[in-house]
Design a protein. Structure first.
Length: 328
């Protein structure tokens, strides 16, 4: 994904922090206004980072990342126009606050639990509502420009996040908590229509082309691919060769599921396929849950790191196998 707010990370106005060159003092700008706008800039910075991370597993948030970056840039313009210097330490605290939020335990020690999505979406929605309050407050200033467009967009953003949050709540609050394993997920936008994506991915033998850990994958028996078809899969994991037998357990046009098993683990790969933002494109949401058995359970923390590394590599290999990534 394109880093949509990279343009405004290093070009904040007001870098001349310090008493000798404080525009607020020379122009008569209210000290309170400076504090208020810098506090909101810190929140806007955290919100962009949070939305970008959430969008990795929720394609409906991809456009929101761009909008939040644009809103942050609009706030920076307001600050520059009113002679308010950017307090870089507050911007840094905003980013650190978002990073610190990732350390919260949400019912799972070594995995990202379904509750993580819900809590992050709640924080994102609150941040957007705070931004709406900012645009409302700025309209009370003398000679203020109209902020109606930004206010309307913030309200639309809040409605979108609320819809996604309620979907996440439905799954998270009814999810089982007794599964011993690790889970990773990624979402990809690819330049191939959903029908072709489904046809390609339903044959798990193609994992040799898109799964960076797969060494070999071949059908157990000849025949058409259908629910119940199995494949012998050999994977390199933590420096060792791991062999599993995978079975296609769900084959819907918009959802595939494969379950692989051996004596020490059961791996469930869920792949959701939906139309992308442009004609002829698709959003592919991939989630892998590995549940360990017996003594292998103690290796879960290390396995989590290895699976995250493989998922990150897959961000390159899977879109390439499906015609290339969509650049927003």
């Amino acid at each position: 994904m394109v880093d949509h707010d990279s343009r405004d990370r290093d070009d904040d106005p007001g870098r001349q922090d310090g008493p000798a060159s404080d525009p607020a003092k020379s122009s008569g700008t209210s000290t309170y206004l400076g504090v208020y706008l810098n506090d909101h800039l810190a929140g806007a910075t955290a919100n962009v980072e949070l939305a970008r991370r959430a969008a990795r597993t929720e394609p409906r948030l991809r456009g929101l990342v761009r909008e939040l970056a644009e809103d942050r840039a609009a706030l920076l313009r307001v600050m520059a126009e009113r002679g308010v210097p950017v307090r870089r330490h507050k911007v840094a605290l905003g980013r650190l606050g978002e990073l610190a939020g990732r350390l919260k335990l949400n019912g799972a020690l070594v995995t990202r639990s379904p509750l993580s999505d819900l809590v992050e979406l709640e924080a994102l929605e609150l941040g957007i509502e705070g931004k709406a309050a900012l645009w409302q407050a700025l309209r009370t200033l003398p000679d203020a420009d109209t902020f109606d467009g930004l206010l309307d967009r913030a309200r639309a953003q809040a409605r979108l996040v609320q819809e996604i949050r309620l979907d996440a709540a439905s799954g998270a609050l009814s999810a089982r908590t007794d599964r011993a394993g690790v889970e990773v997920g990624r979402t990809f936008l690819v330049r191939t229509p959903p029908e072709a994506v489904h046809e390609y991915l339903r044959d798990f033998a193609h994992a040799e082309e898109w799964d960076p850990g797969t060494v070999s994958c071949a059908p157990v028996a000849p025949g058409p691919v259908e629910v119940g078809t199995r494949w012998d899969n050999a994977t390199t994991f933590l420096g060792r060769r791991v062999e599993l037998v995978y079975e296609l357990t769900r084959d819907d046009p918009d959802h595939l599921q494969f379950v692989g098993a051996n004596r020490t683990a059961t791996a469930t790969d869920d792949i959701a396929i939906t139309p992308g933002p442009h004609p002829g494109t698709s959003a592919v949401e991939y989630r892998s849950h590995v549940e360990f058995h017996g003594a292998a359970r103690f290796g879960a923390p290390l396995a989590r790191l290895a699976l995250e590394k493989l998922a990150t590599e897959m961000e390159r290999t899977l879109p390439r196998a499906l015609g290339g990534p969509v650049q927003e």
